[in-house]
Write a new protein. Structure first.
Length: 526
């Protein structure tokens, strides 16, 4: 009973006590609020607000957002519907003091939107070669903020924290980047996952290069190798001055003038291999020969020699002659000289070219003329076969084909030198005595024909005067009567071929009139 009375007295005492500022003891002196999640939150985040008072009893709590009443009459208020810049406060009134109202300082909320980050990573290579480092980098990223935290993982094991990653990996390894953003309201996010695969090994060593090792300059040639395992392309390297290109296992090129090395490189994804071939370039085709030395006007059927100055790098020489020369009109020699039997008459060309294993030169030529051959034997000599001493005689033949001149010779006793005429005729004065042959030969630059001859008989010279005339009378009285036959005679003269008799008019010679005797029928008296 005593305890109840004491409690009653204390309650009455508390009600009648008035604070020094004029409020009763039920009115708090101050009120404040706090947000457990802070003043900066992400949207849709539930924030728990709590009110704290200094004193006061029987308090009523009216929570307000932007001066709008919300919540229940509780010292705590929770909401997940806050907007950016919302102001939250609490208004406290005691139940027993209508004049008491305490309002807290508002909390202005910063509400950030919820963000979704993304990141895409890329590899410098994939597939990769064995033991090769791979560089990983960020291809694109969003909502990472100014100071994100990176976590590179290989097979979900952390291996790096910078913005890039360089590492050596095995086939099947999985690489992924995890990002913690420095932007508010952004959840941790991760990249795409890259699975590493391996490239084929380096190419095998190429086979031997197929192709000529001794070549001529400036000609097309083909070189090749067998296909090489793991090669994706080929690179050919050529001696200086050679030209050509190819990215496969065969190349057609043009040789240069320099010897050197042909190299083929088999290129793979994880390395290269190569093979080389030494090649030697021979001298090129010889230069054109110089002028041909030898007769350019020749006779048929004669042996002639032609030559040129030796040509550098020539291995042989090919001579071509007009048709009908030699046993064949093409002759190959190892020296710059050849001998041949000429052919028939006419014009033509002699050509020569220098040859070697790399080609042939341009031709050098010499125009030649085959003169007509030695003229034929002249025909019969026309002219007196019997001549008198010291008389002028003319002898001739028919013109001989291809003759340039005629050579005449006479009996030696005549003392006439050899006569050369350009026409088939000659006039001479016979000698004083002696018989013999007149000969004539036709001649040209290719020779002299066989002589044609004419036997000549030299007659005696003019007879001496006849001796005295002898008369043989038919009349015994050695008188001449008309009608008598009389024989006149003179001694025979050796040089005389005939005798010329003169008889009186009316007389008549009977029988031979030219002998050294005549028989005459006498005429009338006189």
């Amino acid at each position: 009973m005593g305890k109840k009375l004491l409690l009653y007295l204390l309650l009455v005492f508390s009600i009648v006590i008035v604070s020094k500022n004029g409020y009763s003891q039920a009115c708090p002196t101050s009120v404040s609020i706090s947000a457990a999640e802070g003043r900066t939150i992400c949207e849709n985040t539930q924030v728990n607000f709590s009110a704290s008072t200094n004193g006061g009893t029987g308090l009523n709590y009216q929570w307000q957002i932007n001066n709008n009443n919300v919540g229940d009459n509780q010292p705590n208020y929770a909401t997940s519907a806050l907007q950016n810049n919302d102001e939250v406060r609490v208004v406290i009134t005691p139940s027993d003091d209508a004049n008491c109202q305490k309002i807290s300082q508002p909390i202005k909320m910063t509400v950030n939107s919820i963000r979704q980050g993304s990141v895409v990573i890329q590899a410098s290579e994939n597939p990769v070669c064995s033991g090769e480092n791979v560089n990983f980098s960020i291809a694109s990223i969003s909502e990472a903020g100014n100071s994100p935290v990176y976590d590179w993982r290989v097979n979900n094991t952390s291996v790096g924290s910078s913005s890039t990653l360089t590492t050596s990996l095995n086939s099947g390894d999985q690489v992924q980047l995890f990002v913690t953003s420095s932007n508010p309201c952004t959840a941790d996010f991760s990249s795409n996952q890259i699975t590493i695969s391996k490239k084929p090994a380096a190419p095998d060593t190429p086979s031997e290069i197929n192709g000529a090792t001794l070549v001529c300059p400036g000609i097309p040639k083909t070189y090749s190798i067998s296909q090489v395992n793991n090669a994706i392309s080929y690179q050919w390297e050529l001696p200086v001055g050679w030209s050509g290109s190819s990215n496969n296992n065969s190349i057609t090129l043009t040789t240069g003038s320099s010897s050197g090395t042909i190299k083929v490189i088999a290129i793979g994804e994880c390395g290269n291999s190569e093979k080389s071939l030494n090649v030697n370039v021979q001298p090129g085709a010889p230069a054109q020969p110089g002028n041909i030395s030898g007769n350019n006007s020749v006779c048929p059927g004669e042996e002639e020699t032609y030559s040129i100055t030796p040509v550098a790098n020539a291995e042989s020489y090919e001579w071509t002659f007009p048709s009908g020369w030699g046993n064949g009109n093409i002759i190959t020699t190892s020296t710059p000289e050849t001998t041949i039997i000429t052919g028939n008459s006419g014009n033509g060309l002699i050509t020569v070219k220098a040859l070697n294993s790399c080609g042939e030169s341009a031709n050098m030529s010499l125009a030649v003329n085959v003169e007509p051959g030695t003229p034929g034997v002249p025909g019969t000599i026309t002219g007196a076969p019997e001549v008198c001493p010291s008389t002028t005689e003319t002898y001739s033949i028919n013109a001989v084909n291809n003759s340039e001149e005629y050579v005449w010779n006479f009996p030696s006793s005549w003392g006439i030198p050899e006569q050369i005429t350009t026409i088939p005729q000659v006039s001479i004065q016979t000698g004083t005595s002696g018989s013999g042959n007149i000969t004539v030969s036709a001649r040209n630059s290719c020779g002299t024909s066989t002589a044609q001859s004419l036997p000549i008989e030299m007659q005696h010279g003019t007879p001496i005067n006849a001796g005295p005339v002898s008369i043989t009378y038919s009349n015994p009285n050695d008188v001449i009567c008309p009608g008598d036959q009389i024989e006149f005679s003179v001694p025979g003269v050796p040089e005389a071929e005939e005798y010329s008799w003169n008889i009186p008019p009316g007389w008549e010679i009977t029988g031979s009139e030219t002998g050294n005797s005549i028989i005459v029928n006498a005429g009338n008296y006189g």
